[in-house]
Design a protein around this ligand. Structure first.
Ligand code: FAD
Length: 417
């Protein structure tokens, strides 16, 4: 089924035009090829077949670029669309209707987050060497912050160190879940900046350093197996006396934590925008099946259990969508003021996404968990999102802290702003 996307009367013409042109590519080029575009490499698959798939992806990317729809999150001077968050949210719910479409529109984690950090904190030389190739697709990247032996929920606990020595940073540490680690040409590594001989402590300033993956001492230990799969591109990485020039630092010593917040703040809303598009798709699949599947002498659509699924999913999607648009609008007014809303959507939307996909799977029965439909993949993605980029509990704590802080100033919460 094609996505039903018509102009929205209350938004400006430019954004409607972007949405309509995005929907056209999704409906005409991506959805009909979806199973082929993202099929995992089969044993015995010929090189010729694989080349065809890669050529098809390249062809769609070219079409997206020609249509001026490439990299909505990046400023125009770097080849992006220069959209603000709100316009991006309106566009993204359309492109995310198709599984995997984000990468065909040049906005895929972790590259998109790294690009935004390089735009904000990078020197001209760093932009030339790392940002531009990342944008044109000739380089890949990863973000290496989480460590196996320290809680990722509390990034201040990390113990990877960077010590200045003879014009270089010397990095030692152990990371994992560094996504895109297999293909990455460089990592942005979150470290504690230390004086030589000092022991790492919670109050040490954080620093983010660009580390090319070919540097001596960078060891990709493994692509961690997840969800029963033997391997993934979420990598365990050891850094042993890795030396890179001091100029590879992003911003200044002490900027690391803020840069991570900037990156994650934006990343979280991108995840929610994607989830809204995916829920929309799951909803269409569910309703379509309910209208055609006959069970116990009647169509599923006529059973009240199933009508309940449809109504509850409608409410989950509308609430998620409006909260995401609202958070995007607030980010456009300043990231700091939007932190409560970002945490609220980071909890609410992946949970709603899980519920909607779960119901869609139930309606489809066994087919729902088969590889013939994108639902199984969505289900795992939704569950994963409740942990990645900060687990639900951390965001709930932050929401409560901000609300209570406001009341302790003698003011109530202003839901209108
Ligand atoms: C698919 C995937 C991709 C990822 N990609 C990257 C990446 O590219 N780069 C990177 O650096 N990291 C990445 N991560 C790591 C991710 O950011 C962390 O897993 C996340 O921040 C949680 O950290 P943790 O796994 O160490 O869990 P922990 O910090 O050990 O937390 C475990 C659990 O404790 C509970 N908890 C935590 N704090 C509280 C609290 N205050 N109150 C009550 N309960 C609490 C939560 O339920 C939480 O799930 C990825 C993770 C996944 C799953």
């Amino acid at each position: 089924m094609a996505m039903n996307c018509k102009p929205i009367p209350t938004i400006d013409e430019r954004i409607n035009d972007i949405r309509m042109r995005t929907a056209e590519i999704v409906n005409e080029d991506i959805l009909p090829n979806e199973l082929r575009l993202w099929a995992t490499r089969q044993e015995g698959e010929s090189m010729e077949h694989r080349r065809e798939v890669l050529a098809l992806r390249a062809e769609i990317r070219e079409k997206v670029k020609k249509a001026g729809l490439w990299a909505p999150h990046l400023p125009k001077e770097y080849g992006g669309m220069g959209l603000d968050f709100l316009a991006h949210a309106y566009m993204n719910e359309v492109l995310a209707y198709a599984v995997g479409a984000a990468s065909l529109f040049g906005v895929v984690a972790p590259n998109s987050g790294n690009q935004s950090i390089l735009v904000k904190y990078g020197t001209e030389e760093q932009k030339e060497r790392f940002l531009l190739p990342l944008i044109d697709g000739t380089m890949e990247s990863g973000f290496s912050m989480t460590e196996p032996h320290n809680p990722g929920s509390d990034p201040r606990s990390l113990t990877t160190t960077a010590v200045r020595d003879d014009g270089q940073w010397v990095i030692n540490g152990h990371k994992w879940f560094t996504s895109n680690g297999i293909d990455a040409d460089f990592f942005i590594v979150m470290c504690r900046a230390l004086d030589e001989g000092a022991r790492p402590a919670k109050g040490d300033p954080m620093v983010q350093i660009i580390v090319p993956t070919a540097t001596r001492g960078v060891e990709i230990v493994r692509g961690i197996g997840i969800w029963g799969r033997r391997e993934s591109d979420h990598c365990e990485v050891r850094y042993s006396d890795v030396r890179v020039p001091l100029e590879n630092m992003l911003g200044h010593v002490g900027d690391g934590h803020q840069a991570a917040q900037d990156r994650l703040g934006a990343g979280r809303i991108y995840h929610c925008m994607n989830s809204v598009g995916q829920m929309w798709r799951a909803f269409d699949l569910m309703v379509e099946r309910a209208r055609s599947r006959e069970v116990h002498g009647g169509l599923l659509k006529d059973k009240q259990f199933i009508q309940g699924f449809i109504a509850d999913s409608y409410m989950d999607i509308q609430a998620s969508r409006l909260m995401t648009l609202h958070a995007a609008e607030k980010i456009d007014q300043g990231l700091q003021g939007a932190r409560t809303d970002i945490s609220a959507i980071k909890v609410f939307v992946p949970n709603a996404y899980s519920r909607v996909v779960d119901r869609a799977i139930q309606v489809w029965g066994a087919a729902g968990i088969s590889n013939d439909l994108p639902l199984a993949q969505m289900y795992l993605g939704a569950r994963t999102l409740r942990i990645a980029d900060g687990p639900d509990e951390v965001h709930r704590v932050l929401i409560a802290k901000n609300v209570l802080g406001q009341y302790s100033k003698g003011e109530g919460w202003d839901f209108g702003n």
